[in-house]
Design a protein around this ligand. Structure first.
Ligand code: NI
Length: 249
């Protein structure tokens, strides 16, 4: 079930049978010479939308701008600074919690978001801790590549040249979902260099075409479809496990 394609009446009825919602969260940032700028929000959205076809789970709107300051040297990247990101995650969570959602699972598609999402969770929990009251909600971060079996499948599909940014696995997922937007480009070296992540100018100097350790030409729509099917199954299992966790009175 997709929240944005539901009425308030349908969401009210959903709350009678479940208090869990999934929020795909990512980033709009350069993904090398062949990757779409939306890759990091499209992947969790594609997986979550696929998962709800076979299970009674609720998927919220995609939070599609994240912490991508290091990619700002490339046209099209849009970034929230960590403090803005924390504030926005807070208000999304407070809105959902006000309606009675008790379990909010953020399905993340961008490694650069992890530290800030975890900090946002701590800010939200701290409000309850300082007031000596229960939060009334539990928050969970799942990276799509950590869903059950997905890392193993990606390593089998791409034994070399996977890398950490503009990876063939994430690009394969967007190719499967958006076959009309598959891009090609000449690039070298075949496998991009790895390196530290600092500010945007430093990043662009180290990674001139935007890739980090990857060879995105290894991506195919078929491999993307395999990853989506497995990840969607893993997401349903993660949602059910999270929903089953007891909340204190
Ligand atoms: Ni990415």
């Amino acid at each position: 079930m997709l929240l944005h394609q539901s009425t308030w009446i349908e969401i009210g009825q959903f709350l009678d049978r479940s208090r869990t919602v999934v929020i795909p969260i990512g980033s709009n940032e350069q993904h090398g010479p062949t990757g779409l700028l939306g890759t990091d929000w499209m992947c969790p959205e594609i997986i979550a939308h696929q998962a709800q076809k076979d299970a009674d789970i609720l998927i919220g709107p995609t939070f599609n701008i994240g912490m991508a300051q290091h990619h700002l040297g490339f046209p099209g990247t849009i970034s929230l600074r960590p403090s803005t990101f924390i504030a926005a995650i807070g208000d999304w969570t407070r809105s959902l919690a006000a309606h009675g959602f008790e379990k909010i699972l953020f399905l993340n598609g961008h490694g650069g978001n992890i530290a800030t999402i975890e900090a946002a969770f701590s800010e939200l929990y701290a409000e309850a801790s300082f007031a000596r009251r229960p939060a009334g909600f539990a928050l969970k971060l799942c990276n799509w590549w950590d869903l059950e079996g997905v890392g193993e499948l990606a390593r089998a599909q791409f034994p070399t040249g996977h890398g950490t940014h503009a990876t063939p696995s994430e690009i394969a997922i967007t190719q499967w979902a958006y076959p009309d937007s598959i891009k090609t480009a000449d690039y070298s070296p075949r496998i991009a260099p790895a390196g530290p992540i600092r500010e945007a100018q430093d990043f662009r100097a180290r990674h001139p075409d935007g890739r980090m350790g990857s060879d995105p030409a290894l991506a195919t729509p078929e491999k993307g479809g395999e990853l989506v099917a497995l990840a969607a199954k893993g997401l349903v299992a993660a949602v059910h496990a999270f929903s089953g966790e007891a909340m204190p009175d």
